[in-house]
Design a protein around this ligand. Sequence first.
Ligand code: G3P
Ligand code: CA
Length: 307
Amino acid sequence: GSWPYPTLTGAAPLVIAHRGASGYLPEHTLEAYALAIELGADFIEPDLVMTRDGHLVVRHDSYLSTTTDVADRPEFADRRTTRGDRTDWFVDDFSLAEIKTLRARQAFPGRARDHDDRYEIPSFAEVLRLAAGESARRGRPVGVYPETKHPGHFAARGLDMAQPLLDALATLEALPGRVPVFIQSFEPEILDRLKAASDWPLIVLVYPVTGADGTVRPSVSLERAAAVADGVGPAEALLVDATGADTGFVARAHAAGLAVHPWTHRLDQVPPWAADGRVALRRLYALGIDGIFSDFTDAAVTLRALD
Ligand code: G3P
Ligand code: CA
């Protein structure tokens, strides 16, 4: 039947595989994305950073030590540098060919490590080809939900993210299968550029900012978000307060015409107000969210089917 909760369009919420099926496999690998698709994800989520030679690759961070074997690779020992308060290996000091020699590791405490040091770091182009191929093979849309990470940081180093992103997405036209797209960023300025240059649906990511008076507001106002984007990707803490009560955020965003895709559902990391991760997700579904970023694709799909 139809979805019982007040989503923007009345449709059931989208399940967005956060960094792939990252609850089970090292995040941001083709294997983690493929598992997410197998488990029924509507979208897979690649976080994008840039190499020295201007290629988009998928990593959450601009440094490499936490999710790859780079620290154990003698040939890269001299690439370790200090930027600000972090000493690490930074992705924009590496070429794409060098990044492809690294292997991914589980970064999250408490999750299985038996797939460490086996899987490559994908380029964004590889993720698009995977989604298109799986979409064609399965006869259902498999979406891609890229996030531009730190575009201001890369721009300051002479690396523009917007045009390579648009160029990569333009290749979808020639690939098989239907691949829906949302582009997300915490930095609305890059979304302004993408809006001027393309028709891709855009999502502004927002996190809670606590004011001097103790009130919590989104890092980007809903008015600013509505001026550029089709939806917002809020931290869950903006939707539900410390007691589990509705803050009214979903209704306000919907009134502004914005879809709401919160992050992050993690079965193994539960907000203080919820008994477990399933309770937490059911609460969000009941608020009328339009999508959910989840590390545990199967749980998000199964709980959605119960409503
Ligand atoms: O993009 C939504 C969510 O992924 C934001 O958090 O830090 O996991 O990219 P993060
Ligand atoms: Ca992300």
